[in-house]
Design a protein around this ligand. Structure first.
Ligand code: URA
Length: 266
């Protein structure tokens, strides 16, 4: 028989904590990554546009295809919001996403909703969950420094996430969770009506822009995005959490941020 190391429960808990599993979720294991029948369909597929292209008016496109009841309910609920505050209130009451049950609170947005530029991450982490504000942890501090480098701060940008509740242990949101939350972030973009969208990281870019390619290939490129009100420009760039792990990649994000600054001033 293989000898089983004798670890104390305390050591096991420390191991889980270090691995990011810091929330008790349930008695039975659940495979949240089991294949789904229908992957989240991007509602408004983006196409790449040349750097010089300016945003132009376009007719709103159809709302996203929902694969299940919760996503349908989310779509219905999001549609009824006529202001960002109403949308926040609707999200506070929405029970269709299981993440709400394990998160401490809703993490709706930060910054200036009238800003011309909106940054969108993937999902809140532990610090954001505690404060109810996006990007306040280590990656948020780096985002603040990146913004400062191009003369911006939280009074001049608007910040949100695809998923507004923290997934337990900071795990990746499942395709189902993303799909359920998608109508809300789309409505949030529509109501905030920015000129420029910045997708922080691959999941944000792939979900919002409907692109299959990874972030390394797509970062720094402009895509057309139908905000529901009009066509705007969207740029994927590396997520600050990735930059904390791979600081050498910051030089690419610097280029992206300079392009964003130029677009904002242009
Ligand atoms: N990472 C994200 O994608 N969003 C946050 O709010 C914090 C970290």
């Amino acid at each position: 028989m293989v000898p089983v190391p004798d670890h104390s429960p305390r050591e096991l808990l420390d191991f889980y904590l270090e691995a990011g599993a810091d929330a008790f979720v349930g008695e039975e294991p659940v495979d949240r990554f089991a294949p789904v029948e229908q992957a989240p369909a991007p509602p408004r597929p983006a196409r790449q546009v040349p750097d010089s292209a300016m945003p132009s008016r376009a007719a709103p496109s159809a709302a996203p295809q929902a694969p299940d009841e919760a996503a349908m309910a989310a779509r219905e609920a999001a549609r009824t919001a006529s202001s960002l505050e109403e949308l926040r209130g609707i999200l506070e009451k929405f029970d269709g996403c299981a993440l709400k049950a394990t998160a401490s609170r809703l993490v709706f947005a930060d910054g200036n909703p009238k800003s011309k530029v909106m940054f969108i991450g993937e999902a809140p982490g532990r610090d954001e969950d505690l404060e109810g504000v996006p990007f306040v942890g280590r990656s948020g501090k780096l985002l603040d420094r990146m913004l400062a480098a191009i003369g911006l701060d939280r009074t001049s940008v608007y910040i949100a996430n695809i998923v507004p509740w923290r997934p337990p242990g900071n795990r990746t949101p499942t395709p189902q969770e993303t799909q359920i939350c998608l109508p809300f972030i789309l409505r949030q973009i529509e109501l905030a009506d920015p000129d420029i969208l910045v997708c922080l990281g691959g999941p944000s870019a792939q979900t919002l822009l409907g692109i299959k390619e990874g972030i390394t290939k797509t970062r720094g490129r402009w895509f057309a995005f139908n905000s529901g009100k009009r066509e705007i420009r969207a740029m994927p760039t590396f997520h600050p959490a990735f930059l904390l792990r791979s600081p050498l990649q910051k030089r690419f994000v610097w280029r992206d941020f300079l392009a964003i600054k130029k677009a904002l001033n242009g």
